[in-house]
Design a protein around this ligand. Structure first.
Ligand code: ADP
Ligand code: ASP
Ligand code: MG
Length: 453
């Protein structure tokens, strides 16, 4: 039966929300609880993408077979709870066979395109299984291949979506189907102009959901995960962290950019463009409520949250001239730009520059920004020092550069910590500093206690 749906909600479920049959069943209950949910976007079941990324790196035969056995066990475990098992088992077996062949090719020769083709199988499998779970609950459901709509460039591992094409494809391919059945599709994956499979970078299913929401002019995008919303910091580090009921797009975006894994950093871009609220809640405990991310949050507080990004490298470049080197900054940035290196944070003195390079979250290991050729070129022009094992802690807030006392509030608490670099002033919303990895959790706990509890 064709029905016109004036309101469309896109619901995305992350890896833990589709980890096994029980989790899938809970997620199915949430889908069915809201008539407006017409498109379901899924991640791979928890752990599956990691296994696929390992296979894409090229493994020896016994390790490869081991990983494939583990993958098979996760899928078969879900199938074992279904009433009708034969047809779905055949479909999953077919995908597992593809995985074996692609993993074998990856062991011979790695390529970013092959890696994406392989890694995409996690979402292909979880969506096929979820369709069966919904069908067993008597819901008219169709599986939809996200690659028909999520058009991207060919930057495998971290592909850039092409928004105009996505809107066009969604109008042609998706909207007519949405009016006929509930659709289940994959997060994280897309395809380039040649039809090759691409991925949006680790954690990219949130971004997919927002892109689908944008293309369908959705009234809301729901992100169902393993926490009941966005907290003042990662509740795994600070159990006393408080859930925030409402945050603005820009606050959530800063949090995600600086490491709050609960949302992929690009998720807010489509939501902001079309002013679509994003709800974040726990699929395990929906009654606990969640966080609504929208254009404006009322009475934004001075201090909003703390975020952390781990395992960063500090690159220090010292001019070979002891006198202030005119043009040193320009020369170094030109080198970085020639090597396509994007920077996260920078501080400078007269003759030195300290930089944190953008730590890519791409699926293929080829995206390492600190390449040998970059280091060789830099070393021929200046003295290069590298410091590893650092974490970046960020305080996210509002009008942080407009008032006095912010640095005192932060650094008085950290007098026992060895702060390696500070970035403050360029953004009104963030104050970041770099710490040795072994002390970053304790710094977050201390700061959370003094600023939020
Ligand atoms: P999913 O698989 O559902 O996409 P993720 O693991 O990507 O889930 O994101 C959820 C995790 O994000 C939580 O388990 C939590 O540890 C982490 N996290 C980090 N910062 C925050 C924060 N500020 N609020 C809530 N969760 C956070
Ligand atoms: N499955 C992908 C990952 O683990 C995408 C996602 O879960 O958002 O990175
Ligand atoms: Mg995630």
């Amino acid at each position: 039966m064709t029905r016109i749906y004036p309101q469309i909600v896109v619901a995305k479920f992350g890896g833990t929300s589709v980890a096994d049959y029980d989790a899938m069943n809970r997620s199915a209950t949430l889908v069915l609880a809201d008539d407006a949910v017409r498109l379901v976007v899924l991640s791979a079941s928890a752990g599956v993408t990691n296994l696929l990324v390992e296979l894409a790196a090229g493994l020896e035969s016994h390790e490869r077979l081991d990983k494939i056995d583990t993958l098979r066990a996760i899928q078969y475990n879900i199938i074992s709870h279904l009433k009708q098992q034969d047809a779905i088992r055949q479909e999953i077996d077919h995908l597992l066979e593809n995985i074996s062949q692609l993993a074998l090719s990856a062991a011979d020769e790695r390529s970013a395109a092959l890696s994406d083709a392989l890694v995409s199988h996690g979402e292909l499998m979880s969506t096929l299984l979820f369709v069966e779970v919904l069908r067993e609950r008597h819901v008219e459901t169709q599986w939809f291949d996200a690659r028909k709509v999520i058009r991207t460039n060919s930057e495998f591992g971290c592909a850039e979506p092409q928004v105009a094409s996505i809107e066009d494809l969604a109008e042609k391919q998706l909207r007519p189907r949405i009016e006929q059945a509930l659709l289940v599709t994959q997060g994280f994956i897309g395809s380039d102009a040649k039809g090759q499979t691409t991925t949006l970078g680790r954690g990219g299913s949130d971004y997919s959901a927002a892109l689908f929401g944008e293309a369908l002019h959705a009234t809301r995008v729901d992100i169902w995960t393993d926490v009941a919303g966005i907290y003042t910091t990662d509740p795994r580090i600070v159990p006393q962290a408080q859930r925030m009921d409402r945050v603005s797009f820009s606050e959530a975006s800063e949090m995600a950019t600086f490491g709050a894994k609960v949302l992929h950093p690009a998720t807010m871009l489509p939501a902001m463009r079309k002013d679509i609220p994003v709800f974040v809640g726990s699929s395990k405990n929906p009654a606990a409520g969640g966080t609504l991310v929208c254009r404006h949050a009322e009475n934004p507080p001075r201090y909003r949250a703390l975020a952390i990004r781990r395992k960063l490298t500090l690159l220090k470049l010292h001019s070979l001239n002891t006198q202030p080197a005119c043009g040193f900054l320009a020369e170094m940035f030109a080198v970085l730009s020639r090597h396509n290196t994007s920077l996260d944070l920078v501080t400078t003195s007269e003759t030195s520059i300290a930089l944190i390079l953008n730590s890519s979250s791409a699926t293929s290991g080829d995206a390492d920004t600190l390449t040998t050729s970059l280091l060789t070129e830099l070393s021929s022009r200046c003295r290069v020092e590298l410091e590893t094992g650092l974490d970046l802690v960020t305080l996210i807030g509002n009008e942080l550069t407009q008032v006095s006392g912010v640095c005192k509030d932060v650094f008085t608490e950290l007098d026992k910590h060895h702060v390696r670099m500070i970035c403050h002033g360029a953004s009104d919303h963030t104050l970041c500093f770099l710490l040795p990895a072994e002390s970053s959790d304790s710094a977050i706990k201390t700061l959370h206690r003094s600023l939020f509890e």
